[in-house]
Design a protein around this ligand. Sequence first.
Ligand code: 2AM
Ligand code: CA
Ligand code: CA
Ligand code: CA
Length: 264
Amino acid sequence: MDVISIHEYTMEMIQEAATRIRQSFTEKMEIETKANANDLVTNIDKETEQFIVEKIQAYDASHRIFGEEGMSEEQFADLKGVVWIVDPIDGTMNFIRQQRNFTISIAIYEDGIGKLGYIYDVVRDELYYAIAGQGAYVNEKRIQPLEPIELDKAIIGINASWVAKNNRLNTEKIAKLIHTVRGTRSYGSATIEMMYVATGRLESYMSMRLSPWDIAAGAVIAHEVGAKCTTLKGEPMNLLAQDTFIIANPSIHEQLISEYIELI
Ligand code: 2AM
Ligand code: CA
Ligand code: CA
Ligand code: CA
């Protein structure tokens, strides 16, 4: 795999995809629901994925492609070979309602190993990316390795459903966590929240259910700065199916899981 050639190609592709998304702001979009009333998709999600898939196929037709909107034919059975994992718009609800706080997310894995990751916050014009082993960047600026921090100084990316009555985890422990930390935030885009952890704006982000395309690119970038990504049980994160997920500053990752997260 020619990493530098793929990198240059992807940087250009992602800018082109973003230009198309920006142009779409002036047009009326078509909105459909997927699994439930809050699970939305637009024609722009689909058109962006279609554009990216065609570009990848033009680059190398032997590469496999997993995309959220299913514009490629692949099933998620394994990660053999070169696999592109694409979320054309991460944060679709934000995209529809706010025209901000959404990203384009693209990862390239080879035999299950993360090689390149790209997350483009289109409206802020912040492109986070990493080539494995060569550090992580936001635009031209190198992202510094994470510094240790104590939990009582941490800001945690968590949303209100974690404390609402639910049958998936011990909410009393989460309430205790919320009282312990300095603050909580919720942005509605897994990739933005992961990049906020990678850049030290948050110390952790966690979710009950994310898919491979929500986390694949972020994990490559996070790895370069030392942020730790696992399931909420502390197991290796799942890139073949929906699962729980946590990313955290390494100094608090273990403590969060062992003291505050009790899955039922
Ligand atoms: P999406 O916008 O690409 O669907 C929202 O809290 C975050 O969770 C977004 O990153 C969103 O990605 C992701 N997510 C994963 N599964 C989801 C679902 N079933 N419904 C809504 N958001 C989902
Ligand atoms: Ca979606
Ligand atoms: Ca997503
Ligand atoms: Ca999406």
